[in-house]
Design a protein around this ligand. Structure first.
Ligand SMILES: [Zn+2]
Length: 375
């Protein structure tokens, strides 16, 4: 991770650069920030810059030296990660190190560090990850060795507000006995919840949320979206890129589902049996979960169109693209076919969830819809 990979935060970048360049490093640095502002990326860029043996003239890490390459694969020998994890049931020690595969995946696929995604990645979406005392003991052990390839050993701690009390007390001891070659970098989304004695021993760098324009430009890089739509999504996310990206993905899925729904209804209305077969094969490629969500989506669209047909726009929840199609389609969903059509979609969904052959189930359903549209 390089500074140039992260949007915004110019002042913070300059301060971090200056710290590393001058060699006057704080023993413990606390980067505090609202969630989804790129705070962990910034911490990672700082540590990579600190360790880089060939810093660029414009103040960034080179990305090519052995140290940068180790950082790139999260294997830098003098960088130790500590992060919240789930308590082991086996009774053995609970250590961040045991969750390294999940952690690397998080840092790769979820660079903006969506705190909602982390317990899910650990396999327990409703879990409450914490930093346990075993990690503090392990960190003490690791930091007692001399640095192997660089001048500084770094302990990079994500979410120190999640330290269990015993762990926080042991970490405090480590902070109280500063070793010259050790730098602690703490990245927090809730500094008010950090043990005050730890907090007071850190040098603070406070980040502000990203501007709507900065979030929008990240969205435009990641997704095929125009500026106006990106700005609208960014505005609702209040500077949190993770939340904006989630909203973007669900809008994208809805768009795809709407297209499939429209082609199903058009082909069924035109009695295009051969094309409906191709349609079923295409939908069957989505995978079981998406097929099931798609059929729920179809049920919702049928229900909404029936309501629209009854001319009760106040009861409608359609986005603008759905609205545009439904304005002309709704006369086809009436009191005679609405329930039968929903029952048909539901039957297909249950069959698919029960491991039925999706191609056959979807094709059968499509044929039924041909007839139901004529009622
Ligand atoms: Zn380098």
């Amino acid at each position: 991770m390089k500074f140039s990979d992260i949007p915004g935060h110019d002042t913070a970048k300059s301060r971090l650069r200056a710290m590393a360049d001058s060699g006057h490093l704080p023993h413990a640095l606390l980067i505090s920030s609202p969630e989804g502002a790129g705070e962990m990326m910034l911490a990672r860029a700082f540590v990579q810059y600190l360790h880089c043996t060939d810093r660029t003239p414009d103040g960034d890490s080179c990305g090519r030296c052995p140290s940068c390459i180790q950082h790139h694969s999260f294997n830098h020998v003098d960088t130790h990660f500590v992060f919240p994890v789930l308590k082991k049931k086996s009774g053995g020690p609970t250590l961040s190190d045991d969750y390294m595969p999940e952690w690397r995946r998080m840092l790769t696929e979820n660079q903006w560090m969506d705190s909602r995604a982390w317990p899910e990645m650990l396999g327990k979406p409703d879990g409450q990850p914490r930093i346990y005392v075993d990690d503090a003991d392990e960190l003490r052990r690791k930091l007692s060795f001399t640095a192997r390839v660089s001048q500084h050993k770094v302990a990079l701690i994500w979410l120190p507000e999640k330290l269990m009390e015993a762990a926080a007390n042991k970490l405090l001891k480590l902070l109280e006995e500063p070793a010259e070659d050790v730098v602690f970098v703490l990245v927090s989304n809730n500094p008010g919840r950090i043990l005050p004695t730890i907090y007071s021993r850190t040098q603070r760098l406070e980040l502000r949320r990203l501007s709507d324009a900065a979030v929008a430009s990240v969205l435009m890089d990641l997704y095929d979206v125009g500026q106006a739509d990106a700005m609208a999504v960014a505005h609702n996310a209040e500077g949190n890129v993770s939340i904006a990206a989630t909203a973007m993905r669900s809008a994208e899925t809805n768009g795809r589902f709407l297209e499939l729904f429209i082609s199903l209804m058009r082909l069924a209305y035109g009695r295009k049996v051969a094309e409906l077969k191709t349609w079923s094969e295409k939908v069957a490629e989505l995978g079981r979960d998406s097929e099931s969500r798609f059929l729920c989506y179809c049920e919702r669209m049928v229900r909404e169109n029936f309501i629209l047909n009854l001319r009760q726009p106040g009861l409608n929840y359609l986005d603008s693209a759905e609205q545009a199609f439904s304005a002309r389609f709704c006369p086809f969903i009436n009191a005679k076919n609405v329930e039968k059509m929903i029952a048909e979609l539901e039957r297909a969904r249950i069959d698919i969830e029960g491991n039925g052959n999706a191609k056959i189930v979807l094709f059968d359903m499509a044929i039924q819809i041909i007839m139901l549209l004529r009622l």
